[in-house]
Design a protein around this ligand. Sequence first.
Ligand SMILES: C[S@@+](CC[C@H](N)C(=O)[O-])C[C@H]1O[C@@H](n2cnc3c(N)ncnc32)[C@H](O)[C@@H]1O
Length: 162
Amino acid sequence: MKDDDLYLMDVADVQLDATRQKLNDKEKSRLLAARMNAKHLAYCDDAFSTILMFFLLHELPADAREHTLNETLRVLQPGGRLVITEYGQYPRQHFLCRFWPTRILLLRLEPFLGDFWHRNLFAMLRRHAKTHNKTLKLVDEFHCFSNFYRVCVFEVNSPDGE
Ligand SMILES: C[S@@+](CC[C@H](N)C(=O)[O-])C[C@H]1O[C@@H](n2cnc3c(N)ncnc32)[C@H](O)[C@@H]1O
C-alpha cells in the first residue's frame, strides 16, 4: 500500500464505474476500486490513515450500520481520521420535517433514515472504537442546509495516545 493510493469500495459496480469516469488518468492510476459490502471489509486491521464515508450510514438497516461502523473502526489506524458526511440529527425544526408531506416522502425514499436520525452517531462510533481498543474524538464538524446535513471529522487513537 502506497501513501497516495486511493481505495474505493461500494456494493454496486455502477457506482464504482461512475467514479472511474470522473477521474483523470493520473488519478485513475492511484485508484484501487473494489465491489464490497461495507459490513465485511476485505482490508486488514489498521490499514488506512484516512477514511471518508459518504452518505452511506443512513442507507443501511440498523444491524448493517453497526457492522459497518465496527469494520470501519477496525481498518482505521491509530492516529487516523474518519470523515463522515451524512444527514444531521433529527432536524425537527427544518421545513422539510415540519411540512408532513415532504417528511413522509423523504422517509419513503430513504427507508432507514428515520432510524438513523434518532441514533447517536458519536456514541455508536465510540462503542465500536472501544471494541478495537481505540479511542475516538470529534475534531471538526460542519453543518449545512440548516443542519440537515453534517460533515464530522473524528480522530482515532490508541488508549495510550500513540
Ligand atoms: C447515497 S449513495 C452515496 C453517494 C454515492 N457514493 C455517490 O457519490 O453518488 C450511497 C452509496 O452507498 C452504497 N451502499 C449501500 N449499501 C452498501 C453496503 N452495504 N456496502 C457498500 N456500499 C453500500 C450504494 O451503492 C451507494 O453508492
